[in-house]
Ligand binder design. Structure first.
Ligand code: HEC
Ligand code: HEC
Ligand code: HEC
Ligand code: HEC
Ligand code: HEC
Ligand code: HEC
Ligand code: HEC
Ligand code: HEC
Length: 451
């Protein structure tokens, strides 16, 4: 019964979202005559910027400077644009926010605003932020965190932007008009190209590094290899870009997370096809995770068969469960218990164990989960679960023993050794296991034994 209900929901999900031709923007909305004045002067004064705009699809269509940069003045009807200021006789704004773009692209705006992306500047109370502001310092947050997550853009009295908070194209930038994010995080100005945003590098500015190496994982995956081999055959700058119809040789980040299939439209909510959250200490399935997963599978189905896709998800789920149950939950519970016992301070990052724990889940455990999610085997294992195991057994447990002394035995029995997957650490390798290893290396390397 549940299965039938589920299939019905799915059918409804897809039938409500068939791929259809893109809606034209109403021509009355653009091509303001004032724009010609801006163009004439800027063609000479900022020729690089001018040419980028001119080459882009919006420039070609006649969407001009004033269409985007025009600001509303304060009137009896409303407060106007907080960053409006006079510029050569025109009232303009430096910022062009998602709300400004939404005049002509409401659908993309409506999908983007509630997404995790648009809300990414909401990190004030996170552990990462404590690290950034207290252990690091404000300037590091402005040039680091905020360039990816987004700043809170402040306007000075003269309508100009506070330079501490801008330049910034962070994905969740908080704009003075109340809208969130910045569309040029992916559609870089002034071409605002759709093809540029479909290329993996558009995402790689932020999705890289020790704690979320998606671009590195992608580059080592078959999908990334195919992208490098066939990047010129993907029709990537076309208006319509439906996988299996307009291209087939490789999947980019956008293919899987954003772009259309024959059964579903493109979406500006990048979370709508993921079923797990791989970010926290312990991964959880998201609300409506089945629908989200079916939406992703529909992408895979354009190039793969069901056994391949189901096999992939089984291996991925197993890795997440392994990380969760074997390492993350015991480590979390032990650290909490040590705090409750007064053996560790309640503060973060002032004990050695705090750091071991932090890197275990925030760096190594995430890398393992992301590696499995996007078929990057080196990240699933060597940069991932290998590091998790090494530091769980080699640092975390010895640190617990240092803190608890003779009491550690019972404590570890309860949290760790009660799980048979950890018993090897207490009991060592069996004689048979050692013998098998020796024979393997003798046969392989002729007498060179691993010891
Ligand atoms: C007579 C020349 C001239 C005209 C006309 C002109 N600009 Fe500019 N504008 C400049 C120059 C030069 C700069 C760079 C120096 C600076 O920042 O003041 C600039 C800077 C800017 C900036 C960034 C700084 C700021 O004040 O926000 C924006 C945005 C801008 N122009 C948009 C426009 C728009 C939109 C129009 C038409 C409504 C326009 N410009 C008309 C010459 C001009
Ligand atoms: C489709 C909308 C759009 C159009 C059309 C457009 N701009 Fe912009 N412009 C933006 C956005 C977005 C930014 C980045 C501001 C921000 O951070 O929100 C920007 C930034 C700028 C800046 C500051 C850039 C820098 O790097 O210093 C200048 C100057 C500027 N625009 C001038 C122009 C001029 C001149 C034209 C016409 C030739 C033009 N813009 C057309 C959206 C637009
Ligand atoms: C005044 C109306 C208007 C505004 C404001 C506007 N756009 Fe557009 N946009 C258009 C039109 C019209 C087209 C279609 C051009 C065509 O295909 O002929 C377009 C096309 C696009 C495309 C497709 C480009 C491609 O390479 O196919 C992107 C992406 C885009 N806009 C992003 C933005 C962003 C981001 C902003 C805000 C910074 C913005 N637009 C603001 C009217 C607008
Ligand atoms: C290079 C870009 C970049 C920098 C720099 C960066 N982050 Fe992030 N951050 C990301 C990305 C991308 C994610 C999402 C990772 C994922 O989903 O795997 C993320 C995730 C997070 C999360 C988890 C959000 C959630 O919903 O669980 C927090 C909190 C966070 N970052 C805070 C910070 C803070 C604070 C700093 C600076 C001390 C910082 N980040 C620096 C790109 C960055
Ligand atoms: C996370 C990156 C990202 C951000 C942020 C983003 N876009 Fe896009 N956008 C894309 C990608 C990728 C495509 C191509 C989808 C496809 O293949 O059709 C796209 C396509 C578009 C198109 C072409 C029509 C379509 O849906 O294919 C428009 C218009 C557009 N975006 C406007 C916007 C506006 C407006 C914003 C800000 C509210 C925005 N985008 C923010 C990545 C982004
Ligand atoms: C300017 C930085 C930046 C860029 C560019 C960027 N992202 Fe992100 N992305 C983030 C941050 C930060 C988060 C974490 C947001 C949070 O949870 O607070 C995130 C989260 C995500 C998530 C998880 C969403 C969810 O609902 O949990 C996906 C999937 C994602 N990004 C895909 C992409 C793709 C695909 C692209 C390129 C088309 C891209 N991102 C471009 C910064 C960026
Ligand atoms: C072949 C399809 C595919 C490609 C290509 C792909 N992804 Fe993913 N991505 C996935 C799948 C599948 C998941 C896991 C979904 C789930 O949780 O069910 C995922 C998960 C994610 C997450 C969520 C991580 C979290 O912390 O929860 C982010 C962020 C992300 N991808 C970003 C990217 C970026 C950036 C690229 C390109 C560099 C990319 N993806 C390329 C399929 C893909
Ligand atoms: C545009 C076509 C395309 C899309 C979409 C696509 N793939 Fe692939 N994928 C391929 C091709 C081609 C290969 C290479 C097969 C081989 O190994 O010969 C591949 C390889 C793989 C591999 C094997 C990795 C390895 O190293 O052997 C897995 C697993 C996989 N894809 C899963 C997925 C999943 C899951 C999705 C959806 C989230 C997906 N793919 C979406 C084309 C695609």
């Amino acid at each position: 019964m549940r299965r039938i209900l589920f299939l019905v929901t799915l059918a409804a999900f897809f039938s409500s979202a068939p791929a259809e031709a893109k809606k034209e923007v109403d021509p009355k909305l653009y091509g303001s005559p004032e724009g010609q004045v801006c163009i004439k002067c800027h063609e000479l004064k900022t020729p690089g910027l001018y040419k980028m705009w001119r080459e882009g699809r919006m420039g070609q269509a006649g969407v001009n400077c004033y269409d985007c940069h025009r600001a509303e003045k304060q009137t009896a009807k409303g407060p106007g644009d907080p960053d409006g200021h006079d510029h050569r006789g025109f009232w303009i704004a430096q910022l062009v926010t998602p709300k400004d773009c939404s005049k002509c692209h409401k659908e993309q705006f409506d999908q983007q605003q509630p997404s995790h992306h648009a809300n990414a500047a909401n990190i004030l109370n996170s552990l990462d932020n404590y690290l950034g502001t207290v252990l690091g310092g404000g300037a590091a947050v402005a040039t680091g965190c905020r360039q990816c997550h987004g700043s809170n853009v402040r306007v000075l009295d003269d309508g100009k932007l506070d330079p501490v908070t801008w330049p910034n194209t962070g994905i969740g930038r908080i704009n003075p008009d109340g809208s969130k994010g910045s569309c040029s995080a992916c559609h870089t100005r002034h071409r605002f190209s759709v093809g540029q945003a479909r290329r993996p590098d558009a995402c790689g500015k932020c999705h890289l590094g020790p704690d979320h190496p998606q671009i590195e994982i992608y580059n080592e995956s078959k999908h990334g290899i195919l992208y490098q081999a066939y990047r010129d055959k993907l029709n990537i700058d076309a208006v319509e870009w439906v996988v299996g119809v307009d291209y087939q040789d490789a999947a980019t980040c956008a293919t899987c997370h954003i772009s259309a299939t024959p059964n579903q439209k493109a979406t500006h909510d990048v979370g709508s096809r993921i079923s797990w959250t791989l970010r926290p200490v312990v991964s959880k399935k998201l609300e409506n995770w089945r629908e989200r997963r079916e939406a992703m599978k529909d992408v895979c189905m354009q190039c793969h068969g069901t056994p391949m896709i189901d096999g992939f998800y089984l291996q991925f789920d197993d890795l997440v469960e392994l990380y969760n149950t074997k390492f993350a939950i015991p480590a979390r519970d032990m650290r909490q218990a040590l705090m409750d016992m007064g053996k560790l301070s309640k503060a973060n990052f002032d004990d050695k164990l705090d750091w071991t724990y932090w890197e275990l889940w925030h760096h190594e455990g995430r890398r393992a989960r992301h590696g499995a999610a996007m078929s990057g085997p080196d990240y699933a294992w060597w940069h991932g679960l290998y590091e998790v195991s090494k530091h769980f057994y080699g640092d975390f447990i010895p640190e617990v023993q240092d803190l608890l002394g003779w009491k550690a035995g019972a404590f570890l029995e309860k949290h760790v050794y009660s799980d048979p997957r950890h018993r090897w650490y207490k009991e060592g390798m069996s004689k048979e296991e050692l013998e098998k290893l020796n024979t393997f290396y003798e046969q392989r390397y002729g007498g060179e034994v691993a010891k």
